[in-house]
Design a protein around this ligand. Structure first.
Ligand SMILES: Cc1ncc(COP(=O)(O)O)c(C=O)c1O
Length: 467
């Protein structure tokens, strides 16, 4: 089954179907894909919610003991089973030895974050020293932009704008607004937002590059999401970085929906800075420990505006002489001591990623999402002969290199009913304003059969509207 890197998912499905002498939509294809999936055992590393425990479930429509169809890993990833063990290790250590826990054990608390930063840097394609694990995403974004003399957003009368995409995540939008306000800048003039063309849902790279080319001289920072939370569009990070830097801008990314979802090479792409949360594809639980990246080329030139004792070199940190020896690079941006209980869940999850590898996960993801796309198009695309049929449209780009695992669906009927009925049947996916349902099959724990079952349930939900 292994798709060759050159084979498109639809071709893989056709090939398997003809081997099995059936149609690609046949259940046997999904079962065969699961059988051949070398990553399928990773599902066992996670707790998959059961139907009976889901709040909106209708027990008359499902088997209560069955596992839910969980397609919300883009919002909150599932719990790795080892999280409890790792938490218990630290709770036990605390109970048994109190303060000595700072310096002993698998994760000495004082360097708890550093014990796993190598696992994290592999996932974002960075050197270990280019990554810090701290705070939440928006806090990290603020810290990276906050200017006194040496951080990324240094507006001048000539270069004062921040460029971002329309419908950026609200938290990023507010962070940028408040950063501009801190400098007394006019938000309308300084916040340069790029919108998709009229009638289109996603941004064209050529349009982004054109704005950079035409206005780059007045842009201080380009802050894009790596992968857009609503449309699921994966931006061309290296191309945007290259174009922005050629114009003298700093280029940073919010990788909330990209990390653990697509392969990243932040160091090689020369990205200036990035930040991400860990509770989506990195499965750390709500409010999990976030990450930040500053390219090593800035290690001695970009410095934090706000400093705390964990930005001080470890070798002299506890001399308490109040003479700051700032750690070069992103680790100098750490302010407080690391929250060890949050380190535990990230540790448990990152170990799974190390075993699975991003390369293999992405490969499966392309086929898994390609299968979902194929099935949606087959069953729910516009069909002129049947004018009463509900149409499902995919607004996420169809090019593999322009998306991760998420597809955002819009419907020719109001989605409130669709989502309610899916939830009653144990499908966990989410509704996002204005009118999208986001569906994210995650290669670590979702199966091809999950997709197959989802399509069957969607068929019956939409069928009930049509009748
Ligand atoms: C794209 C994006 N940016 C920022 C955030 C905010 O993250 P945090 O609450 O960790 O600051 C989220 C949260 O879901 C997000 O999806």
């Amino acid at each position: 089954m292994e798709p060759s890197p050159l084979e498109l998912p639809a071709d893989t499905l056709q090939r398997i179907a003809s081997e099995l002498r059936c149609h690609p939509t046949d259940e046997r294809v999904a079962l065969h894909l699961d059988e051949e999936d070398k990553l399928r055992h990773f599902r066992e590393h996670f707790y998959i919610p059961k139907m009976q425990d889901l709040p909106p479930i209708d027990l008359s429509l499902v088997n209560k003991d069955e596992e839910a169809i969980y397609f919300s890993g883009n919002s909150l990833g599932l719990q790795p089973k080892m999280v409890k063990t790792y938490l218990e290790e630290e709770l036990d250590k605390w109970a048994k030895m109190g303060v000595y826990g700072h310096s002993v054990g698998k994760r000495p608390w004082v360097i708890g974050d550093e014990t796993i930063s190598g696992l994290m840097s592999d996932i974002v394609g960075a050197n270990e020293k280019e990554v810090a694990l701290m705070n939440g995403l928006t806090v990290n974004l603020h810290l990276l932009l906050l200017y006194i003399n040496l951080s990324f957003f240094k507006p001048t009368p000539k270069r004062y704008k921040i460029l971002l995409e329309a419908k950026a995540f609200p938290s990023d939008h507010y962070a940028i607004e408040s950063q501009l306000q801190l400098h007394g800048l006019n938000i309308e003039k300084s916040m340069r937002i790029i919108k998709p063309r009229e009638g289109e849902d996603t941004l064209r790279l050529e349009d982004i590059l054109e704005v950079i080319e035409n206005e780059g001289d007045s842009i201080a920072v380009i802050l894009f999401s790596g992968l857009h939370f609503y449309t699921g569009q994966l931006f061309n990070i290296p191309a945007i970085t290259k174009a922005g830097q050629a114009k003298g801008c700093f280029v940073g990314f919010d990788l909330a929906h990209a990390v653990g979802n697509v392969e990243l090479h932040l160091h090689d792409w020369g990205v200036d800075f990035a930040c991400w949360c860990s509770y989506k594809y990195l499965n750390t639980g709500a409010g999990g420990l976030a990450g930040a990246f500053v390219h090593e080329k800035h290690a001695y030139t970009i410095k934090p505006a706000l400093v705390g004792w964990f930005g001080h070199e470890l070798s002299t940190r506890f001399e308490m002489d109040n003479k700051l020896q700032l750690i070069p690079g992103v680790n100098g941006f750490r302010i407080s001591n690391p929250p060890i209980l949050l380190v535990c869940s990230l540790h448990a999850s990152l170990e799974i990623f190390k075993q699975a590898t991003m390369k293999a996960l992405r490969r499966k993801s392309i086929l898994l999402t390609g299968y979902l796309e194929y099935m949606i198009k087959h069953y729910f695309s516009q069909d002129k002969a049947e004018s009463k049929k509900t149409v499902v449209n995919i607004i996420t780009p169809s090019y593999i290199e322009e998306r991760g695992c998420q597809l955002t669906l819009t419907f020719s009927i109001p989605i409130k009913y669709v989502i309610q009925e899916l939830e009653k049947r144990g499908v966990v996916c989410d509704k996002r304003e204005p009118d999208g349902i986001r569906v994210a099959p995650v290669p670590l724990y979702n199966s091809f059969h999950d997709v197959y079952k989802f399509i069957n349930l969607l068929t019956s939900v939409l069928g009930s509207v049509e009748t």
